[in-house]
Write a protein that binds this ligand. Structure first.
Ligand code: ATR
Length: 271
């Protein structure tokens, strides 16, 4: 019987993860099965207990269970500890390792797929919720010249900067105080695109060669990417590459094999 994996979420029907991991398994010859499982909002731990008891090897975890998974794990990687969220679980007897591959996925998409080197760059991260917290440690690890967090509720940006203070210098701002700033890379980690909204960004934010990255993806340009295009950002990217890269990193955590992501990203773009 192939090794069993699943992604747990609610809702989960539209998850692309089963397709992505099936493509990775075919490509690498790994013998595994991966499916999507809907967990009740108050029943994450009970469902994962059953899954583990059936002999499963690991799981991915998506909205709204990343904090439940963080609590469920009995061992955490450094990046999961700091993110206070887990998107990847690995089972080994009684050991339940919790990891967070989101930030590594973002960084790989930016550096490897988009060819944009983070070292020495001025970076602006918009948002101070779970999505932002999940990517901060890997971003700091790439040694940008500066990393600024902007948030509608400025106190939350300050709290995040404090939380990561031992790992690098972070500046916390509100949107109004960004006027006159320039950033080589602006990342949207807010949930504003879900409501077809946009944080109140000043114009002239993007110097020549700038990259605008929205962690969301969907049909066409998100409101943030449309703003970036209208304001002369040179490279526009949505979060589809990050989705595939975080999956590849999870696959590596489980199997010790790194799949090729480019053909899978291309396949998803087509569909
Ligand atoms: P997630 O886990 O997706 O990060 P979250 O923890 O609810 O979700 O955080 C959502 C983030 O998007 C927050 O930073 C939120 O700003 P506030 O902290 O001020 O609420 C931000 N956000 C959501 N809608 C926004 C909008 N229309 N404009 C600016 N920021 C927005």
């Amino acid at each position: 019987m192939p090794d069993q994996y699943a992604v747990f979420g609610n809702p989960i029907a539209h998850s692309k993860s089963p397709l992505i991991h099936a493509a990775f398994a075919r490509q690498t010859g790994e013998d595994l099965r991966y499916e999507a499982r809907l967990a009740p909002l108050d029943g994450f731990a009970a469902m994962v207990d059953l899954f583990r008891a059936s002999g499963a090897c690991g799981a991915n975890v998506t909205v709204p269970f990343k904090l439940d998974a963080y609590r469920y794990a009995n061992e955490l990687t450094e990046r999961a500890k700091l993110a206070q969220a887990v998107n990847t679980l690995k089972f080994d007897g009684e050991r339940i390792l919790g990891d967070n591959t989101d930030g590594a996925g973002l960084v790989r998409d930016i550096e490897c797929n988009l060819g944009f080197t983070l070292a020495g760059k001025d970076v602006l991260l918009m948002g101070a919720g779970g999505a932002a917290r999940g990517v901060l440690l890997p971003l700091l690890g790439c040694k940008p010249q500066s990393l600024t967090i902007a948030n509608r509720t400025p106190q939350k940006a300050q709290d995040l900067a404090q939380h990561f203070a031992a790992h690098g210098v972070l500046r916390a701002r509100d949107y109004a105080s960004l006027a006159g700033d320039r950033y080589d890379l602006v990342i949207n980690a807010t949930s504003s695109s879900l409501n077809d909204a946009l944080p109140p960004l000043p114009p002239r934010l993007f110097p020549p060669g700038a990259l605008a990255y929205d962690m969301m993806y969907g049909k066409g340009l998100t409101p943030f990417l449309a703003f970036a295009e209208a304001n002369q950002a040179q490279i526009l990217a949505d979060g589809l590459g990050m989705l595939v890269e975080q999956a590849a990193e999870a696959f590596y955590v489980w199997r010790g094999v790194r799949p090729e992501t480019r053909p899978v990203i291309e396949q998803l773009r087509k569909t």
